[in-house]
Design a protein around this ligand. Structure first.
Ligand code: OSB
Ligand code: MG
Length: 368
């Protein structure tokens, strides 16, 4: 498709509840959306946070690299298919979330022009996906955590992931197991907050029958994850470490990754995320789809990815209401613990004009 314009659209989205992880607290998202026009139009969401605290990427950096490097390379490439976006942008190192947003907008436009849906185009095997929920570290400690988890279980979520950090780990996990019983699918996510010498604490998590422990150590501490895997019965799931399909294959080979969190932004696009999914299938690694507090645009792509055969565990693809009072798109609703996979052309959703008009804070138009 020949791209005529790429718009960098900024949108202010306050979260319904602050989200605290071991790396900080998030109260709202300053979302960067990409809108491309050409034969058709398409939307992509950049999953960067405001600050470089999850990885080195952040929203102002993504906007700069898109404006100054990625979009100019795309314009220079002329007619590009979505499958060629990755190679057109490959000379720019890193900036995977920015690249993913651009690829997604072009994929959306291309599929819309063809009248085809994203999930179906990549071989989706289900029309609804089981939903889990990622629960932040509450200000009110364990009592508040129990209330929040009770609420989400009432809503029907099929898996609960608890954020942990040193000093908020064994006690909250024990309390949640105690209160809700053995049958609740439970996991924890440390977002890199531990080091190998914390292994004696981490092995005590084995008592709680967790589905997995997510990213205990920093992204590049691959062999420490493998060393922990030798002493921990609970499977290790990697998130931050899995920066590409190759990094994922290597982490599996190293014995560092027994479950994989697939994120479109972190992996550099929907196509690399599908390639990573395929590696997981080949290597027998259970996979699930993570989230970055996306609006409906990014969520639609996450849900399409979660509809693939190798995604065998419920992910962090929660309903719109868990994040937003009003979503940018038609909201994703939880029905029997599942989200419906959009079936319309492209990602299947688009920003609602009236909502966008309310929340848009700026727009930069780049022309070929
Ligand atoms: O580690 O999975 C993570 C949100 C922002 C950054 C990193 C993570 C998360 C979440 C929330 O856990 C996932 C979601 O509900 O979108
Ligand atoms: Mg994580």
């Amino acid at each position: 498709m020949r791209i005529e314009t790429v718009e960098l659209v900024r949108v202010a989205m306050p979260l319904v509840v602050p989200f605290r992880t071991s790396f900080g607290v998030q109260r709202s998202r300053d979302v960067l959306l990409l809108h491309v026009t050409g034969e058709d139009e398409g939307w992509g969401e950049c999953t960067t946070p405001d600050a470089p605290i999850y990885s080195s990427e952040y929203t102002e950096g993504a906007a700069a690299v898109l404006r100054d490097h990625l979009v100019p390379r795309l314009f220079a490439a002329g007619d590009v298919a979505a499958t060629e976006v990755g190679s057109a942008l490959a000379p720019v190192r890193g900036h995977r979330m920015a690249k993913a947003a651009l690829e997604l907008a072009i994929l959306d436009a291309e599929l819309r022009a063809a009248g085809r849906g994203l999930a179906a185009s990549f071989g989706a095997v289900r029309d609804r996906v089981p939903a889990g929920v990622s629960v932040g570290i509450p200000e009110g400690g364990v009592p508040e955590l129990l209330e929040v988890v009770a609420g989400h279980l009432d809503e029907g979520y099929l898996r609960v992931k608890l954020k942990i950090e040193p000093g908020f780990d064994l006690e909250p996990v024990a309390a949640v197991r105690e209160r809700f019983g053995e049958s609740v699918a439970l996991s924890v996510d440390a977002n890199t907050a531990y080091r190998l010498d914390d292994a004696p604490t981490l092995v005590q998590l084995d008592a709680f029958e967790l589905a997995y422990v997510e990213q205990p150590f920093p992204a590049d501490h691959l062999m420490d994850h493998a060393r922990l895997a030798d002493v921990l019965a609970t499977p290790i799931c990697l998130d931050e470490s899995l920066s590409s399909p190759t990094a994922t294959a290597d982490a599996v080979t190293a014995g560092a990754c027994e479950v994989a969190n697939l994120k479109i932004g972190r992996l550099g696009g929907f196509l690399p995320a599908v390639a990573t999914h395929d590696i997981c299938v080949e290597r027998g690694v259970p996979a699930w789809v993570g989230g970055m507090l996306e609006t409906g645009i990014g969520r639609a792509a996450n849900v399409a990815l979660a509809a693939l055969a190798g995604v065998t565990l419920p992910g962090d693809t929660s309903a719109s209401a868990r994040y937003w009072r009003v979503d940018l798109t038609e909201p994703f609703a939880l029905v029997d613990g599942h989200l419906e996979v959009p079936a319309g052309p492209g990602v299947g959703v688009a920003p609602l004009e009236d909502v966008l008009a309310e929340v848009e804070t700026g727009r930069e138009v780049l022309r070929a």
